[in-house]
Design a binder for this molecule. Structure first.
Ligand code: F6P
Length: 605
């Protein structure tokens, strides 16, 4: 047994290498996850290499779940609540500042057990060990996945190819601290000697969605003196509209790109540089107004950014998991380094929970398995995420990339087409707005749409009765989805309202709500940097667990390549007088239309 102390002097346990690290934080289980499984692990290679190749849907665990769905789907959650007065306590848990009430799911104790069996059959524990050990679990790209190291504010060791990576991580964090303090205090000045008033972060996908979502979520922690803007779309309107009100002399650009080759980002960065030079006239100004976040020093230098103004991260950080790295620089600039570190700490709290907590009380594992329950056994195609907090309005968009780019896969890690559904469609909008747009379909449509409600109990803006109303609406939606309204109840209501019998007959079917529609309620006290970090990490780990069960590589994104490649060819075609042979007639005709629109010249294309 190996033991270790955390920086705060407390102790904890972990599943790294399947070794017991015997220490426990207050309120956390002392039973380490891996030890409970008592599995012999070889970590030289990712577990799939030693695994038998049986598809997960051919396992007895999967079959048992299919049968159990048949047993459950004829029940109504109303009955489950009536039969078990402790249902809410039984199906709720708290961790890292989050409380998850998952009692409004069409699940029982047996179902949860069967789902946990499925996770075991998929060797979740071994994959967890492998992830932590820095094995190349992103098998198709031959990369490790070590974003947990980026927020490792505890004692854990993270190694990559036999090297401790924590010193590099800490060195970049320290550079970020100096830089953000310099900018925020006015020590870092623009080329003409003025203070920076606006940060424009240029990046796309994982190099934008995370920082943008977090900056908005933590707006109450931002300074009014330093405004943050995000430009991602190659549509020139995005950049032009953003720059319209800005002063080049007081604007700092953060060019965020892991590869530093992404078409959208480089195009926007070049146009931003032209905009700057048009008013500051000197190439020397670029040094004071452009910094880069990347893994590609050469391309950064080639672009004209001084590598001294580059913040490094590493190939083992996946784009959509990168907000914890220097990609989070705009966050640190917006809310200050201390709050940024709080965000890291919150994610670290969730990492420790994920690593240490037994599966049956492990929040990411439970969320993941409930998702699998509906996707694979209830045939749900999507799930909705509805934050009841305006500051979390970009959470659904962020989760779309996190989840759909991770688990939107049709073959397993071994390249075998799957015979079951994988990643669902993720969508959502903040409540209460969402109630007045698509909730009709969630309540009375024909599809099963499991819903995650995210609710801070205390507002950053407690004015009048707003927050009471917001919370009441959130709780009511979850309740309505679960209970529905029976024909009898609808009838009773209409009669009480003195509706005439003819109208009742006509309206009755429309006023019935079937209910039995599942939801999770994720509650926090207040939306702080720390709890936000935990919330994001919760979804990251949930997605990891699902990817393991589905047997897919959650860390590659080959699906975005073809479109990028074809856009390159089409761009070439714009320069030619005739389309390249082999272009289909639909695309060729659209190219011709575009050419005509911009030149007025209908040539032979
Ligand atoms: O959309 C594909 C993708 O590779 C994402 O995974 C990534 O977050 C984004 O493009 C941006 O890539 P980069 O940071 O290299 O510019």
């Amino acid at each position: 047994m190996i033991s270790g102390k955390t920086t705060d002097g407390s102790s904890r346990v972990g599943f790294i290498y399947g070794i017991t690290l015997q220490i426990a934080l207050p309120g956390q289980s002392q039973v380490p996850y891996t030890a409970r499984k008592n599995i012999e692990v070889s970590l030289k290679n990712p577990p799939h290499m030693a695994q038998d190749k049986r598809s997960i849907d051919q396992t007895p665990e999967w079959k048992a779940l299919e049968q159990h769905w048949q047993d459950m789907c004829c029940l109504h959650m109303r009955e489950l609540f009536q039969k078990d007065l402790n249902r809410c306590e039984r199906f709720s848990l708290s961790a890292c500042g989050l409380h998850l009430d998952y009692s409004k799911n069409l699940i029982d104790a047996k179902g949860m057990d069967l789902l946990l069996d499925l996770a075991r059959a998929a060797e979740l524990s071994r994959w967890g060990d492998s992830l932590l050990a820095g094995d190349k679990v992103n098998t198709t790209e031959g990369r490790a996945v070590l974003h947990m190291a980026l927020r490792n504010l505890g004692y854990r060791e993270y190694q990559y190819e036999g090297r401790d990576i924590m010193p590099d991580i800490r060195a970049v964090l320290s550079r970020m601290r100096t830089f953000t303090e310099d900018v925020r205090s006015g020590r870092w000045l623009g080329y003409t000697g003025q203070r920076i008033s606006d940060i424009v972060s240029i990046g796309i996908g994982g190099s934008s969605l995370g920082p943008k979502m977090v900056c908005e979520a933590l707006r109450p922690y931002q300074w009014d003196d330093l405004r943050i803007h995000f430009v991602s779309n190659v549509d020139g309107s995005h950049l032009a509209q953003t720059l319209r009100t800005l002063n080049p002399a007081t604007t700092l650009f953060v060019i965020a790109s892991k590869t530093f080759t992404t078409q959208e980002t480089i195009t926007n960065a070049e146009s931003a540089r032209d905009w700057l030079l048009k008013s500051l006239f000197s190439e020397a100004a670029v040094e004071r107004h452009f910094v880069a976040v990347s893994t590609n020093t050469e391309a950064v230098a080639e672009f004209g950014i001084n590598p001294a103004n580059m913040f490094e991260f590493w190939e083992w950080v996946g784009g959509r998991y990168s907000l914890w790295s220097a990609i989070g620089l705009p966050i640190a600039l917006a809310i200050g380094m201390e709050s940024f570190e709080e965000l890291l700490l919150g994610a670290h709290d969730m990492d420790e929970h994920f690593v240490e907590e037994p599966p049956e009380t492990n929040m990411p594992i439970i969320l993941a398995l409930l998702g699998i329950w509906y996707t694979n056994f209830g045939q749900a195609d999507s799930y909705a995420v509805i934050p009841y907090d305006q500051y979390l309005r970009y959470l659904p968009a962020f989760l779309q990339q996190l989840d759909m780019e991770s688990n939107g896969k049709r073959v397993t890690r071994d390249g075998v087409p799957v015979s079951y559904q994988t990643g669902p469609v993720v969508w959502g909008e903040p409540g209460t707005d969402a109630q007045h747009s698509f909730f009709q379909l969630i309540h009375q449509g024909t599809r099963l749409i499991p819903t995650d409600f995210v609710l801070p109990l205390r507002s950053h803006n407690p004015i009048g009765s707003h927050h009471d109303k917001l919370v009441a609406n959130c709780l009511a939606q979850a309740q309505a989805l679960m209970t529905g309204r029976t024909e009898e109840e609808a009838l009773h209501e209409m009669r009480a309202a003195k509706v005439d019998e003819e109208s009742i007959e006509q309206l009755l079917p429309h006023r019935v709500f079937p209910g039995n529609r599942p939801s999770n309620m994720l509650v926090m006290d207040k939306l702080t940097p720390r709890v936000l970090g935990a919330l994001i990490a919760l979804y990251e780990h949930k997605i990891f667990v699902q990817g393991i069960v589905w047997g897919v590589d959650s860390f590659d994104q080959w699906g975005v390549e073809l479109g990028k490649q074809l856009a390159g060819h089409i761009l070439q075609n714009f320069k030619k007088t005739a389309c390249s042979p082999g272009v289909d007639c639909s695309t060729a005709s659209l190219i011709r239309r575009y050419h005509l629109a911009i030149t007025g010249d209908d040539d032979e294309r």
